[in-house]
Ligand binder design. Structure first.
Ligand code: COA
Length: 180
């Protein structure tokens, strides 16, 4: 009798340097202008504002997401799921995890940019309560598309938020590269 193999469950974890190879494979299949290995290494080792997570199945990276935490605002830099793993709720799980972590680290609002030509991502964000608030003209240098700026004003409390860190760093520049 044939034994049906049940796939290993997916779990979420902090992104580490050893995950970058798997992240890059998904990155290249997901974005017209993928980030480089150096960009991810820099995010993990040099950027104090950055916070990245991975979705792992049997230690394989099947999705990832990241954000910058700046005072009480979280700015999503990227979210992607391996093409073979899409439409099973992983994008939703990654976004939920970012929201919970951002809230628990003292953020009250969340923002991101998305391409007008990416209705799938827009739908995911709307389902999470993000709403469009404006455009960044010509934001994406590869296609010269505008970016839709979306915001979510009230992150849902998952557990008591810590007191804001005294002397938290001031606001830096826009994210490393244009996504969407
Ligand atoms: C956007 C992305 C992360 C969604 O990941 P996912 O694991 O497929 O998403 P989920 O299965 O959790 O679906 C969540 C919601 O996304 C939307 N969605 C996902 N795939 C969709 C599709 N093919 N068509 C329409 N809506 C879709 C839906 O709203 C869905 O919820 P619903 O089906 O209950 O309405 C994934 O498509 C991806 O990696 N895309 C390439 C990278 C990218 O565009 N990232 C966003 C940059 S701004």
């Amino acid at each position: 009798m044939a034994v049906k193999r049940v796939p290993e469950p997916v779990h979420l974890a902090d992104m580490e340097l050893r995950h970058i190879h798997g992240v890059l494979e998904i990155e290249r299949q997901s974005f017209p202008t993928p980030w480089s290995e150096r960009a991810f290494v820099s995010e993990l080792t040099q950027n104090a504002y950055a916070h990245y997570i991975v979705a792992l199945r049997s230690s394989q990276v099947v999705g990832y997401a990241g954000m910058w935490l700046i005072l009480d605002e979280a700015h999503i830099t990227n979210i992607a799921v391996h093409p073979d793993e899409r439409r099973h709720g992983l994008g939703h799980d990654l976004l939920t995890e970012l929201e919970v972590r951002a809230y628990n680290l003292g953020c009250l609002r969340m923002t991101l940019e998305v391409r007008p030509s990416n209705p799938v991502a827009q739908r995911l964000y709307r389902r999470h309560g993000f709403e469009p608030r404006g455009l960044r003209p010509g934001y994406y240098s590869d296609t010269h598309e505008d970016a839709i700026i979306m915001w979510k004003d009230e992150l849902v409390p998952a557990s008591p938020a810590p007191d804001p860190a005294p002397g938290a760093p001031s606001l830096p520049r826009r994210p490393l590269g244009e996504r969407g």
